[in-house]
Every structure is written in structure tokens, then in C-alpha cells.
Design a protein around this ligand. Sequence first.
Ligand code: GUN
Ligand code: ZN
Length: 486
Amino acid sequence: MGRRHFLAGLGLAATADLMTSMATANASPRQPTDRAADPDADAADPSGCDRTVVYGCLLHFLDDPGDPPAEQAWELFEDGALVIENGKVVWLGPVQRLSDQHTADAKVIDHRGQLVLPGFVDTHAHYSQVDVIASYGEQLPQWLDKYVYPAESRFDQPRHAELMASFFLDRMLAAGTTTASVFPTVHANSVDAFFAEAERRNLRVLCGKVLMDREPHAPSHLRDLSVAQAREQTLDLIARWHGRGRLGYSITPRFAPTSTEQLLQMVGQLRQERPDLWLQTHAAENRAEVDLVRTMFNARSYIDVYDRFGLLGPRSVFAHCVHIDDQDRTRLAATHSSIAHCPTSNLFLGSGLFQLAEARGARVQVGLGTDIGGGTSYSLLQTLNEAYKVQALQGKRLSAARGFYLATLGGARTLQLDQQIGNFQPGKEADFVVLDWAATPVLARRTEVATSFQERLFALMTLGDERAVAATYVMGKRHHSAPARS
Ligand code: GUN
Ligand code: ZN
């Protein structure tokens, strides 16, 4: 059983009662103030105090709850407190157990009545496709040619790349996402722009120069001139950015059709030389693409192509994997490779329905990806909404518990960042998102009639989006606040 159960029958009125009793029962000498409503509340404290106590309904996951969800996989503190020091979690639990030691000289952030979760993890997106989102009428191959490649060709201009990186990261934070694995373009300066903007926001992100060198699928103006030069540029970027603060380098071959065998060989070798790097690419997204790759590489399956060149392994993240079979899943699991499930993109581009239960059955690690701009939302809540429907179309389910696990710890595990982020275990970096149960009239109404915590959580994952994000915090500091409601 869970450390705390999802409480049945807890509506908003009951929460208000609980909050009142919590406030009176709270022995802490410091009462929560309304500093959370003050946009400047997180400015550096001149007294030098670096301890913060966050009050709210805390939920985090210790493991995959599975299906049906097993309660020992999460902890829920309805009137909880999260203690942060130097940007890291030092304690969490019920307010009643908060000690004076925790509250002494601490700054107080009051999110009582709201849900506090670890920051969302987007395991696959393209910051280079900010302007591509909602492009009409094509499936993957034609969509790339018609919309994506023209948009990406502008990233040779540093100013454009900076503006796009800034826009993307701000939208990501507004959606409650604090970590992402992101594709830039083939241009080295597009990596510089992204990492610089992420560093300015102190975000834990992964990125790496897109590698693409094969005619005719890689257009000439977006093609690496040689494998040797692509490797040089990659090594230079790794030296400058990998492991700097919270930034990590991910080797990024775009996908098999834009890769020569020599390029994939170079990537496999680099992966072997540098197991501290990540790898991200696309796999088995679209049926025509899968047929093309099998022919081009004379292979049994798409995954087999990457396997042949040594691309599978821990820290390798394969986006989509819609059209894979049991043999592929067995191989992905055996090599500790991960999948980024991108439901809004797979639906929008008509790519197909991801087999989530089969991936779990084969013990393949899965996280959620927005796949901006094939995907249609920056919000992992909306991504969960669509992920649920993808399962429903296959006669299956996705519980709220498993959904929020996938959006947090599941994503961190997918990126092998779960030693740093993904839940509130002491020692982890304190990235978190605060969600408002009543952000919209529809959500408020549905939440009010819900008879269990799980029901409320499911309403949030189905009806929620950026409007439900009250605030986003990065290493204990607020980086986004919801606009005031009229
Ligand atoms: N496959 C190769 N490139 C891309 C891309 O940019 N987006 C998606 N969704 N699939 C791809
Ligand atoms: Zn993608």
C-alpha cells in the first residue's frame, strides 16, 4: 500500500477544511504568506538564507505504478511540506512532522490547495520547429520536406536561433516542464543558442547537433559536408557544453534515411568512446519510412539498423517506435535503450498508435515526448490526454497514476537523469510544478464532483494544459507564474 493513499471522497470543500485545520495544527512558528503571488518573491535573499519550505499537496513517484496502479509506487502528502536547501530537496512529508530545524530562517512558499509535482520531463522535442507546429495536411516524409526543412534552414542565423530557443524554453516552463531532450538543427550555432538560453534559466536539458549527410533525404542546404567534419563539430560542442552546469550532450543523428552508413558508424564509435554522452534519434515512426529504411539498409527491422551500428544502449532515446515488434522490444530492453512516446505527434501526422502496454510488458523504459512541432502542444498534460486516447483506441487504459509517473520519474528514467530529477527524494534537484485544480470553469466543476483523488488527477490530465500551471520552479526558484485570472 502507498505511504499515503489517494483519499476517497476528498472534494474541494473538504480540502478547504483540511487546509484550515492544517493551519491551526501547524506548530511551525512561520506561517505561509502570500509570497507566491508576488512575482519578485524568489529574488535572492539579502540575508543569505538558502532554505525554502513549500506548502501544498505533494505527490511524487518512487517507481512505475504499473497497471492497475500499485500504491506503493507513490507518496502523497495532502497537506505536505517540501524543504529545499541550495536548490535541492532535503525533506518532504506531512506538515505536522515539519521540525523547527527545517523552518528556521526558511523562506515560505504557500501553495496550499494546489498540487505540487516534480517538474515534467519532455523526452523528445525540436526547438527548431517552434514555427512548424500546426502545419497542415501531410504525413512524415512530405511534412519534413514541405515544412520542417525550410524552417530549419533559418537556424544558420544566430539571432534567429536565440529567439527560437528563448521562445521554446519559456513555453516549456509555462507548461510546467523543467527538463527536455531537444533537437536543434544541423548548424553548430543552433546548439550554442539552445544551451546558452537553457543555462540562463538554469535548466537541466539535453541537446546535440543534428547529424544528417545522406542524399537525397537530407536536403543539400542542411547536409553535413563530410563525416569527419560532422565529428569535429560534434567533439567541439561536447568540449564546450557537456557537463557544464546542468547541460548534457546528446549525439543526434536525425534518423536512418538521412544517415550514410559511415555517419552511423561514426556515431556508434563515438557512443562507445564516450558512454557519458546521450544519444537521441527517431525510429519507426511512419509506415512508409519503415519500408524505406528496411530497403535502404537491407534490414529485418528499423531497430536492427541502429543495432547494427551500435546505437542501442543506456542513455539512447528512440522517439516514436510506433511500428516495432516483439523482437525489437526485446532488443531495446536488453540494451537498456528507451523510447520517447509522442502521442500528439503520432496522431497529428497520422503515424499510428504506440503500443504502451507491450513496451511495458517487454520492460522497455518509456517516457513522454511533445515532439514539438510534429506534436501539437507544449503541455505534458495535453500529451497525457492524447496518450490516454491512443490506449483507448486499442481497447486499453492509461491510469492517472501511471500517466503522472510517465510525465515525471518515468521521463527522468528514460533520459537516465533519475539520480538528479524526477521525484522529491532528498538530494534531488528541486524542480517542480504547481497545478491548479480549478484553473478553468470546466476543470473546477469536474473536480468539485469528483469523489476520489485519482478521479481529480485524471480530470487534470485530461482537461489540463498550460492554464492549469500556477507556477514552475527550477532548483527551488520560481521561473514562471500563471498570469492573474480575471
Ligand atoms: N523524423 C526525422 N526527422 C523528424 C522530425 O523532425 N520530426 C519527426 N516527428 N520525425 C522525424
Ligand atoms: Zn522528433
